[in-house]
Design a protein around this ligand. Structure first.
Ligand SMILES: [Zn+2]
Ligand SMILES: [Zn+2]
Length: 300
């Protein structure tokens, strides 16, 4: 791209983003504190919220619907799933989707927001704590998410994404007390954040490769279990628009099961599904084929 690009990658490391870092520290302290308030109801509530945020929200909506448009659904379903996604505390839809589209465009090359080639720690959470790319420049973001920028709901949610956890947190405080807040908000979001970050760090480092993609993406069963199916990341980089990431019968993909269930009851249609035998589309590789990657071998 000739004009301005989002300032992503290690060369845009900019010292500590204090607001984000303090918030992260507080959430980690709260997560540890939860361990001193064991309460079955609070833990069950956290599990339900984790499924809402991580599966209905991040996996099924931010990723497979909003970023890659792997299936179609009604507006109200999209908006409800987006609301769930904001509970994950991973930012609003415009920021998340723009970041992830850049990741696919430049996977493991310069400009990738979070490649472990620039350090596993950087890929995991360093880019969030110290990267410049988190600066929310709406005009810059718009170039990457013109579809979302046209929708007032997504624009509003992108600005006020953090309010959903405030509302849910206050409800938990009112009806369950402190243990419910510690488990349902602090432990649950911290757990969910590390699970998602493992997709950026671990699945670009460890695992097996089925498809010869031009990046380092791998399939990782344990990351898949932690993320409702997002760990089948080599399958995903090979076929980004497929709403199904676990392509073999043994590749458990809860996000895909839930999308299939919604299709069965008529809430989802036009679902894109890759086949395990399908070759990596050349045109998708060509888009990724940027200059300066001569040392970047494809694995057969
Ligand atoms: Zn990736
Ligand atoms: Zn993706």
């Amino acid at each position: 791209m000739a004009t301005q690009e989002l300032p992503f990658g290690r060369k845009y490391e900019s010292g500590v983003n204090w607001i984000t870092s303090i918030a992260m520290a507080v959430f980690h302290v709260g997560a540890v504190a939860a361990l001193f308030y064991i309460d079955a109801g609070a833990i069950l509530t956290a599990i339900i919220l984790w499924i809402m945020a991580g599966m209905l929200g991040i996996g099924m909506c931010y990723h497979r619907l909003l970023t890659h448009r792997g299936y179609k659904t009604y507006r109200w379903v999209e908006y409800f799933l987006t609301w769930c996604a904001t509970l994950a505390l991973e930012g609003g839809p415009m920021f998340w989707v723009a970041t992830h589209r850049v990741h696919h465009q430049k996977s493991d090359q310069e400009g990738d927001p979070h490649t472990p080639r620039e350090g596993p720690w950087w890929a995991h959470m360093g880019w969030i704590l110290m990267g410049k790319g988190l600066h929310h420049d709406a005009t810059l973001l718009r170039r990457y998410v013109p579809d979302l920028a046209r929708d007032p709901f997504h624009v509003w949610m992108s600005k006020w994404h953090w309010t959903t956890n405030v509302v849910v947190g206050l409800l938990l405080l009112a009806f369950g007390g402190i243990p419910y807040v510690l488990w349902g908000i602090f432990f649950r979001t911290t757990w969910g954040l590390h699970s998602t970050w493992l997709v950026n760090s671990a699945t670009h480092l460890w695992g097996s490769r089925r498809f010869a993609t031009r990046d380092d993406s791998k399939n990782s069963w344990w990351v898949a279990l932690l993320t409702f199916g997002e760990g089948w990341h080599n399958n995903h980089h090979a076929h980004p628009t497929s709403a199904r990431h676990g392509l073999a019968w043994y590749e458990v993909d809860f996000n895909w099961m839930a999308i299939s269930a919604l299709r069965a009851i008529g809430l989802v249609w036009d679902v894109k599904v890759a086949k395990i035998t399908q070759a990596v589309p050349h045109e998708e590789n060509a888009r990724l084929d940027l200059a300066g990657e001569a040392d970047h071998e494809a694995v057969a």
